[in-house]
Design a protein around this ligand. Structure first.
Ligand SMILES: Nc1ncnc2c1ncn2[C@@H]1O[C@H](COP(=O)(O)OP(=O)(O)OP(=O)(O)O)[C@@H](O)[C@H]1O
Ligand SMILES: [Zn+2]
Length: 749
């Protein structure tokens, strides 16, 4: 053993071992790193890094990926002699992962402090992709009819159907020929038909890049040319496409897609915040490229996921539009990425590996060496700072397309113009709705609260109905006649009597949700066709698409919705937007409450007046002097964001400083607190680093788990990952207590 290896305490493989006799395989499990396996004879040349393989693992079989050598850590921590290693069992018949993906996995793992295996798991999320693809038996005519075959009219009919040379399945042939399946099988047995087993996974139709997009305006052309140029040149280049609502950002980045797809075999990825809501986007894509793209999100069925995953790996899928998890697909030749509505909070994953898909999309593009466009009318503060610092090239669109202009904004001071008791619309907003309806135009009312009422209270004893396993009120859903917890999903019937004092008819609903607003709207405007758009009323992408079509087609007059109506829709006849509670997002605010509320309200306001007719937006507020409301009224978002930036810079808050949240949870409060105290005791003491907590989380209990939080706040230059890893490793928690590390937290609950 060499001196160096001794010093490092690492065992070297025995001298006699042949190079290439072992490989490291990363498994989709939370281990410290890859495991060593023996390379069986005959496989040596095929086991290149990135190959997907099946290996034995404690008596079972597991799918893993041959991992490049230079990566950190090893699960076992020591090198076993070759003869003790288990052999790789087989190579899975899919193209190997590229180094862009293996490096991306390593990067995400190091950044988020998740194990490499936990990140790899997101890449291998479709077990069915590694098995045999099911086939279906088809029949076609044999090239020559067997001698002496007995022909009948039924048999003749079958041969006639197949005369076009297209293989078909027996039931189809039988129905076309007007015969029974038996006739088809009889012909096959007699050798007159040949059987073909055809994969059920049909190739995806290829996008047509020769179709022309709309004629772009001057500023659109300028932006599109910059993107096209970068795509043509290749190489990593991040852009911020900052254009007001309705300015044609989609048309502009479509030009980038078109350029990227010119080259043979290239692939593009478009990340969107809520894929279930993209029916209009899909239609526009189809109009521009002649086909529908591959859609990727958690609700896509298993068979389609298998088809999509494999087609992405082989390069057959050229365009993928997906939710954040699409970042982990094994693209063969990724040439361009767009993150649409890049400011959207749903890009942050809050379960499992805690990552921000917008940030990781930039990293993915860096590893793949391709341009990436972050598009938004309200770019996140983080992205703006990157642009200010010159890291991202800014492309601006300042005008709406055609004759459309930004809507007129007005605040309704609810202190001066309060609604009648038990109602939520001020007289001014009611009047505006009446006028809009009279003009034959559409209204959107925005209230970011699902259900009927956020709280059910007993008038007699003051009891508030809470979730049995979370520290949260149950929300009444009157359409479904239920109370529901929005944190764990717990549901129960609405009780007739107070659960505590048993008084009858004493429970009252407090505050409005969209269902309650619906009640008021249908009472006031009984003639209007009204619909509620929330995740409760639109359970599936097709249901959503149907409602969106109804609105776009003018079959609805009033739409009441939660944040899902704010996202990218284009309704030409919608001219009035009413924000029922502009202050809602500002209450109990965290670091980003102001920014988020501003973005959300700009987005919802941006749905008004997108075509010929000008739009109007009314903001109901009890605090119209608040900077967020003022920024909306004056349209000076730049000044608002500048003030936000200054405040964050002053306190070294992200992105001018770093935050790491440590969330501790477990079934026993005392045990959780004990781990928190142990962590506090060994907390790093370093200049530029502050640690607060453990303190009870604002959501003290979720799903029966007690929760405490700690927050590490560091100056920008500090390498928090290293610091936190060393710190957390010093405490061995009881197995019942979970420690979750959230780098760059967005939720402080
Ligand atoms: N050059 C153009 N020619 C024809 N139609 C255009 C052009 N640019 C934009 N449009 C149309 O204007 C509407 C708004 O454009 P688009 O949806 O791309 O804007 P956006 O910036 O993505 O908006 P938002 O941020 O609000 O989602 C769409 O119906 C789009 O087809
Ligand atoms: Zn609950």
């Amino acid at each position: 053993m060499s001196q160096q290896a001794l010093n490092l305490g690492i065992e070297e493989p025995p001298q006699a071992e042949e190079a290439g006799a072992r490989v490291q395989v990363l498994l989709p499990l939370p281990l410290a790193g890859p495991l060593d396996y023996r390379v069986p004879d005959g496989m040596a040349n095929q086991l290149e890094p990135g190959a997907v393989v099946e290996v034995p693992l404690s008596g079972r079989k597991a799918i893993g990926v041959v991992w490049p050598k230079n990566t950190s850590g090893k699960a076992s921590g020591k090198t076993l002699p070759l003869k003790k290693l288990k052999p790789v069992e087989r190579i899975i018949d899919v193209p190997p992962f590229g180094t862009d993906l293996t490096r991306f996995v390593d990067w995400v793992s190091a950044y988020t402090l998740s194990s490499q295996g936990a990140v790899l798991r997101m890449c291998l999320s479709v077990p069915a992709a590694f098995g045999d693809v099911p086939v279906k038996r088809h029949y076609a005519c044999a090239s020559v009819l067997p001698d002496g075959i007995r022909m009948t009219p039924a048999r003749e009919a079958v041969l006639k159907v197949l005369a076009d040379g297209k293989p078909r399945m027996a039931p189809e042939i039988a129905s076309l020929a007007g015969v029974s399946d038996g006739v088809v099988r009889g012909l096959a047995d007699a050798g007159a038909l040949v059987a073909l087993d055809i994969s059920v996974d049909q190739p995806y139709p290829q996008p047509d890049t020769n179709l022309k997009g709309p004629k772009l305006s001057g500023e659109q052309t300028e932006a599109a040319e910059a993107i096209r140029g970068a795509v043509w040149e290749g190489g990593f280049k991040p852009f911020l496409l900052d254009g007001i609502t309705g300015s044609g950002k989609t048309e502009v980045y479509f030009e980038g897609l078109a350029e990227a797809l010119q080259e043979k075999g290239t692939q593009v990825l478009v990340l969107v915040p809520e894929i279930a809501l993209t029916s209009q986007w899909l239609e526009r894509f189809e109009a521009r490229f002649g086909v529908t793209p591959v859609v990727w999100h958690s609700e896509v069925g298993q068979a389609e996921r298998r088809r999509a995953w494999r087609a992405v790996a082989t390069g057959d899928a050229r365009v993928v539009v997906g939710a954040r998890s699409a970042l982990f697909l094994p693209f063969k030749k990724l040439a361009f990425i767009t993150v649409d509505e890049e400011h959207d909070p749903s890009f942050k994953q809050e379960e499992g590996v805690l990552y921000h898909a917008r940030d990781m999309a930039v990293v993915r593009a860096m590893q793949a060496g391709c341009p990436v466009v972050l598009a938004s009318a309200t770019p996140s503060l983080e992205t703006q700072v990157n642009a200010d610092e010159g890291k991202y090239q800014v492309l601006k669109l300042r005008e709406r397309h055609g004759v459309a202009v930004l809507p007129e904004m007005r605040a309704v001071d609810m202190r001066a113009e309060p609604p009648e008791a038990g109602t939520w619309l001020s007289p001014i907003l009611v009047r505006e709705i009446e006028e809009t309806l009279a003009a034959g135009e559409q209204v959107m009312l925005f209230l970011n609260r699902r259900g009927y009422a956020p709280l059910t209270l007993c008038r007699t004893c003051g009891h508030r109905i809470e979730c049995p396993s979370c520290s949260a009120w149950l929300v009444e859903h009157r359409f479904r006649q239920e109370l529901q917890c929005h944190h764990c999903g717990h549901m129960e019937p609405i009780p007739e009597a107070c659960p505590t004092c048993e008084s009858k008819e004493s429970l009252v609903a407090c505050g409005p949700g969209v269902e309650r607003l619906f009640e008021e709207v249908t009472r006031r405007f009984s003639e209007a066709r009204t619909s509620v758009m929330t995740s409760d009323t639109m359970m599936s992408p097709s249901q959503t698409a149907a409602v969106v079509k109804e609105i776009a087609g003018g079959h609805l007059d009033i739409v009441i919705g939660t944040q899902i109506v704010t996202k990218g829709y284009h309704f030409p006849n919608l001219t009035l937007v009413g924000v029922v509670d502009a202050d809602l997002g500002l209450r109990g605010g965290d670091l980003r409450a102001g920014e988020r509320t501003y973005q959300q309200l700009v987005q919802v306001a941006g749905r008004a007046g997108r075509a010929e007719k000008p739009g109007k937006v009314l903001l109901q507020s009890y605090e119209p002097e608040h900077p967020v409301v003022q920024a909306l009224l004056t349209g000076d978002g730049d000044a608002f964001m500048a003030a936000e930036k200054a405040a964050r810079a002053q306190y070294h808050m992200p992105p001018y400083g770093k935050l790491v949240a440590i969330i501790l949870s477990g079934p026993e409060m005392a045990e959780v607190l004990e781990v928190g105290r142990a962590l506090a005791k060994v907390a790093p003491v370093e200049h530029g680093v502050d640690i607060v907590g453990p303190a009870p989380a604002p959501m003290v209990r979720i799903r029966g788990q007690h929760r405490f939080r700690m927050l590490l706040h560091a100056k920008k230059h500090i390498k928090v990952q290293q610091l936190v890893r060393n710190w957390v490793l010093r405490v061995k928690p009881k197995s019942s207590v979970r420690i979750k590390v959230d780098i760059d937290p967005y939720s402080f609950m």
